[in-house]
Design a protein around this ligand. Structure first.
Ligand SMILES: Cc1cc2nc3c(=O)[nH]c(=O)nc-3n(C[C@H](O)[C@H](O)[C@H](O)COP(=O)(O)OP(=O)(O)OC[C@H]3O[C@@H](n4cnc5c(N)ncnc54)[C@H](O)[C@@H]3O)c2cc1C
Length: 413
């Protein structure tokens, strides 16, 4: 690329790399991706890699359906292995209220064309012999759900984008986004000022501060999330279904011969303006062992194998939450040429192929096949201008993560 690029993507996580790939494969190759660290080294490297298909609302379910198809074909189309496994997932209810919620959830699946059906605890045990079913009231099986190596998704997209002519620069942070008269004019790096009319802000936990600095606060807040992986355990198979306990706010999946266990904190730790510094690296965030112990304690009655199972690895990062749990995907209101891919709500990997597809369409002036209103960056208006109110709303969303399965709202995207 000799001259200034047509599009600059800030961030080489799964959102930025997917957008680069989709732009390039649609013929837009005059693209520069700036990554401050290494490709897929931050939030994306920490993701548990669970890919879900059925969501409370129509839009997110359609987005997830496109994404799962893309993951199924990834190796063939993108030419990179992503460790894709599709054992399906169990949703498990313990109390009567949750049981009712999950029964309703399967009807939602039927309406939206996603397989989601009730199975008996005995059948669940046949598919997953590690599961202790005493106290289990309802099990929903969702066969399309999958898991994969999120880091390889971003790396695969980045390599394929580069092969199509996208320039990828690592160790090269964007320092500022210049806006003049409501339009993007340039991006500054340590070395130079790059003129451009189009910027994609895909900077993960750093996105809110970068956006704030160019005068367009994004309604999203980084919130700490952690999971861990046990050492290899007897009888764990990679084709065992993943498990989600909505009431307990926890999830499990097979991982490297052991079990990965993650969960939500009732009192989450969010990060305010200035806290996600340029020098922060999520690989070096200190996990809170108490949180992980407590999460494991919640599920051990149903997975006795976890009792005293040694931990081989911990993963933690700062996914970005929004008050309504839906992502921020689209043009930033008031700034022509600035597009956001943020507010991942701990599901960014699950939807990354579609986010790249959508943003590349918008950037190229094509009509999106999706109704993008529910994901619009400006959908909250001035409601969360106050940072403290925004943090409270995002923390509450995080703490109640499992509720989305139990109180589904069809009006939600
Ligand atoms: C423990 C854990 C478990 C998770 N489990 C799942 C899961 O099961 N399924 C799922 O779908 N999602 C999951 N997630 C969420 C998932 O990790 C995110 O949704 C996804 O990685 C978001 O990707 P991203 O591209 O927005 O962010 P990132 O991967 O963080 O990428 C952003 C990039 O921007 C770069 N950057 C920042 N500032 C600048 C700058 N100024 N200039 C240039 N580059 C910059 C950073 O270095 C970084 O590489 C999980 C997250 C965690 C922490």
């Amino acid at each position: 690329m000799g001259s200034d690029p047509q599009v600059i993507i800030i961030g080489g996580g799964v959102f930025g790399c997917s957008t680069a790939y989709h732009l390039a494969t649609k013929g837009c190759r005059d693209v520069l991706l700036l990554e401050a660290r290494e490709i897929a080294s931050q939030g994306t490297a920490q993701a548990a890699g669970l890919i879900r298909v059925l969501h409370p609302g129509v839009l997110m379910t359609r987005i997830a359906q496109y994404a799962i198809n893309a993951f199924e074909r990834f190796e063939e189309e993108v030419g990179h292995k992503i460790g894709f496994q599709q054992p399906g997932a169990f949703l498990i209810a313990l109390g009567e209220a949750a049981a009712g919620g999950l029964r309703a959830w399967t009807m939602r699946g039927a309406r939206l064309g996603v397989e989601s059906w009730l199975i008996s605890p005995e059948e669940a045990r046949v598919r997953l012999p590690l599961l202790e079913t005493e106290g289990v009231r309802v099990v929903v099986y969702e066969p399309a759900d999958a898991y994969l190596d999120a880091r390889q998704v971003a790396i695969g997209y980045a390599r394929a984008a580069a092969a199509h002519g996208v320039q990828i620069e690592t160790g090269r942070p964007a320092r500022a986004i210049e806006v003049e008269n409501g339009k993007i004019v340039a991006v500054q790096t340590d070395r130079e000022r790059l003129e451009t009319r189009c910027v994609v802000l895909a900077a993960g936990a750093w996105g809110p501060d970068l956006a704030r600095r160019c005068g367009c606060p994004l309604p999203t807040v980084p919130v700490r999330h952690q999971c861990h992986v046990t050492i290899p355990l007897p009888d764990v198979r990679p084709n065992f279904p993943m498990v989600r306990f909505p009431e307990l706010g926890t999830y499990l999946r097979p991982a490297k011969g052991g079990l990965m266990v993650g969960g939500y904190e009732p009192k989450p730790r969010s990060y305010g303006p200035g806290e996600v510094t340029d020098t922060l690296d999520v690989q070096h965030l200190k996990p809170d062992p108490e949180v992980l112990r407590e999460v494991t304690k919640r599920v051990t009655p149903f997975f006795p194998i976890l009792d005293a199972a040694p931990i081989a690895a911990e993963q933690q990062g700062l996914p970005t939450l929004t008050p309504d749990g839906l992502p921020l995907v689209g043009e930033v209101p008031g700034i022509q040429g600035l597009f956001a891919a943020s507010g991942d709500n701990l599901g960014g990997v699950s939807i990354a192929p579609t986010v790249g597809h959508i943003l590349s369409d918008l950037i190229l002036g094509r009509i999106s096949p999706y109704d993008l209103g529910p994901m619009a960056v400006g959908r909250f208006g001035s409601r969360y201008r106050d940072v403290a109110a925004l943090r409270r709303a995002c923390e509450a969303r995080y703490a109640d993560f499992g509720q989305q399965y139990l109180l589904p709202d069809e009006r939600a995207g």
